[in-house]
Design a protein around this ligand. Structure first.
Ligand SMILES: NC(=O)c1ccc[n+]([C@@H]2O[C@H](COP(=O)([O-])OP(=O)(O)OC[C@H]3O[C@@H](n4cnc5c(N)ncnc54)[C@H](OP(=O)(O)O)[C@@H]3O)[C@@H](O)[C@H]2O)c1
Length: 351
């Protein structure tokens, strides 16, 4: 566990550096290692930590080939590209031999895809989670972090519901690991600015094509935003802090969709097209009910497990603050907002 001064801003940097240390000389497996998160995570580890071995686990050989081509040749001896599907427990079992840490990022993540193909979403996001748990315990993996999303809090679509089920599977997995001692935690965050299929590349495409207006689903809509690098560093820091069974939620800013459209195309009018099925007006990361188990550190919230049959040491004993009664962490009532210059520079980072 990292040096811990829960309300000191300097702790965030200390946790990141302790997190990088956790990966030093370790064997690490990343499911979904070719995805937006996975590939940035692998780069960050190889640049800033010194893992013994990094296994990229995913299905599509071409994405793996492209990733291999894009990385410096001197990193390749420490990399393994493992073709496999998280639906295939036997394959995961083989991939996890002698692995110390596992980051589970593989998922189907598009809301309409999940609605149209519900069982495909459940097979990957829910049964896949169960398979990761089994393979990790069988192989004595020390720590597993699963990625989740704001859509899993009070879900209104199947993608969110499948990630909520996945969160529950990982948290309860701490009850199963017994003397093997594998610890499982979850990281939940909001939209990654510029990720594939998100609004920023969509607006960029419309602007490049000479659109005469930008579509806005609802003028009131707000979202949480995080950059890919901040998301990766947050996950790394959680590897140092995790005790098992928590959901870590970073403190990140919100943005109004109308401000985003105005910043990206000040010359274009905005056209309201109506909220899409399965979409929320505002995203929530911590519901009022979750807040009863939530504590606050300088740069994050931690939702502690509501049920734990394993020995769980509460964060308050280490000096973390509980959040006020009725607290809710939502994109419309956030204290941090992205506007003006800050928004412009964030967009430049993702160009
Ligand atoms: N992007 C966001 O805005 C955002 C926000 C919050 C949370 N998250 C969460 O962060 C995680 C990573 O997201 P991302 O943006 O990196 O997604 P992504 O770019 O779509 O990458 C998904 C990765 O998972 C792999 N994959 C998909 N199905 C698989 C399966 N059945 N077995 C093995 N690998 C599989 C994909 O490769 P193959 O297709 O080759 O298998 C790819 O490597 C997800 O859990 C997502 O829910 C994302």
């Amino acid at each position: 566990m990292a040096v811990f001064d829960p309300q000191e801003a300097a702790s965030a940097a200390a946790w990141l550096s302790a997190g990088l240390g956790e990966f030093s000389d370790r064997s690490v497996l990343v499911t979904g290692g070719t995805g937006s998160f996975g590939s940035r995570f692998v780069r960050t580890l190889l640049e800033r930590a010194s893992p013994r071995r990094v296994i990229v686990f995913s299905r599509d050989e071409f994405k793996q080939y492209e990733m291999q081509q894009s990385l410096p040749a001197e990193w390749l001896p420490r990399l393994r590209f493992f073709i496999g599907d998280v639906r295939d427990r036997g394959r995961l079992d083989l991939a996890m031999r002698e692995v110390d840490l596992c980051i589970h990022a593989a998922a189907l993540k598009h809301v309409p895809t999940a609605e149209y193909n519900p069982m495909e979403c459940i097979h990957t996001n829910v049964y896949g989670a169960e398979n990761v748990v089994h393979a990790a315990i069988r192989n004595g993996v020390r720590r597993v972090i699963a990625l989740s999303t704001d859509k899993a809090a009070n879900p209104i679509n199947l993608y969110g519901a499948s990630k909520l089920a996945s969160d529950k599977i990982f948290i309860a997995a701490n009850n199963l690991s017994g003397s093997v001692g594998t610890r499982f935690s979850v990281v939940r965050y909001g939209n990654v600015v510029g990720s594939r299929g998100s609004v920023v590349p969509y607006f960029r495409k419309l602007i490049a094509e000479g659109a005469d207006s930008l579509p806005i689903t609802d003028e009131r809509m707000t979202r949480f935003w995080i950059t890919l690098q901040r998301g990766v560093e947050f996950v790394v820091s959680c590897a140092a802090l995790m005790r098992g069974g928590e959901i870590f939620v970073p403190k990140i800013p919100s943005m109004r969709i109308v401000d985003l459209a105005r910043t990206m195309a000040p010359h274009l009018p905005q056209r309201v097209v109506g909220i899409r099925p399965g979409e929320k007006l505002h995203e929530v990361m911590i519901t009022e009910d979750d807040s009863r188990q939530t504590v606050e550190l300088c740069d994050r919230y931690v939702i502690e497990p509501a049920f734990s049959w394993w020995k769980h040491e509460p964060y308050v004993e280490l000096g973390a603050r509980t959040v006020p009664d009725g607290f809710r962490y939502a994109s419309d009532s956030n204290d941090l907002w992205l506007e003006g210059e800050e928004l412009t520079s964030l967009l430049a980072e993702t160009a």
